[in-house]
Design a protein around this ligand. Sequence first.
Ligand code: MG
Ligand code: MG
Length: 269
Amino acid sequence: MIYLKSESEIEKLRAAARLVSQTLAVVAKEIRPGVETGALDRIAEEFIVKNNARPAFKGYGSKQNPFPATLCISVNEEVVHGIPGNRTLNEGDIVSVDCGVEKEGYFGDHAFTFMVGECSDQDKKLLRVTLESLYKGIEKSIHGNKTGDIGHAIQSHCEAEDFGVVRDLVGHGIGKSMHEDPSIPNYGKPGRGERLRSGMTLAIEPMITHGTWKVKTLPDKWTIVTADGSKAAHFEHDVVVREGKAEILSTFDYIAEITKIEITETSYG
Ligand code: MG
Ligand code: MG
């Protein structure tokens, strides 16, 4: 079931997305060698609660194994859903921070992969190409296109650089639930899949690796790692499908401001 949103609903989604953007910036400020991922999580939770919202990832999942934290923090070979804890960040790591909030009944869900100190040129390229692919996908998120157009744009951009495109996890609709229809795979064929219509709101999130597209789940039943141990990058934006040009609800501007690193559609790292 796909829910089209009214402008007043989109306004609420915009507020939720903005809070996630601000939370990621608060976290960005603390990312440095030596910091524990659990400390980053506590800072994010405090900030979200202070802003009258709920950390949407906390408690998500099954009763037997609910996600225990506010952020998913995934370091190097971890692709997504890493559980914050006593892992310490090291110089040269790349770390995906994914955050979800529920504010006034609407969800925001977006992510950024940070460099810890100075990273290798190879890793910088992975980050830049993954970020570029996110915007290539967003460019296709317009009324009348299909989900396969988004996936194809992401896949072809990343595979042209010999990077792996993770298939087991995908983007999704977002609204009054964190995960709504349709699924937005990061691979696909132009003209295939679900038709996009104005008022659909989507979370687009390429997950791209240096090596294979194959992934596995760690015994904690959450953390997804690359099957070959290669590093992975992950960026996510929330967007509204519109005629001609999608509207991006989330922003990396707060991160750029705090880190003093330029982040544009074609430059990062
Ligand atoms: Mg998502
Ligand atoms: Mg996310």
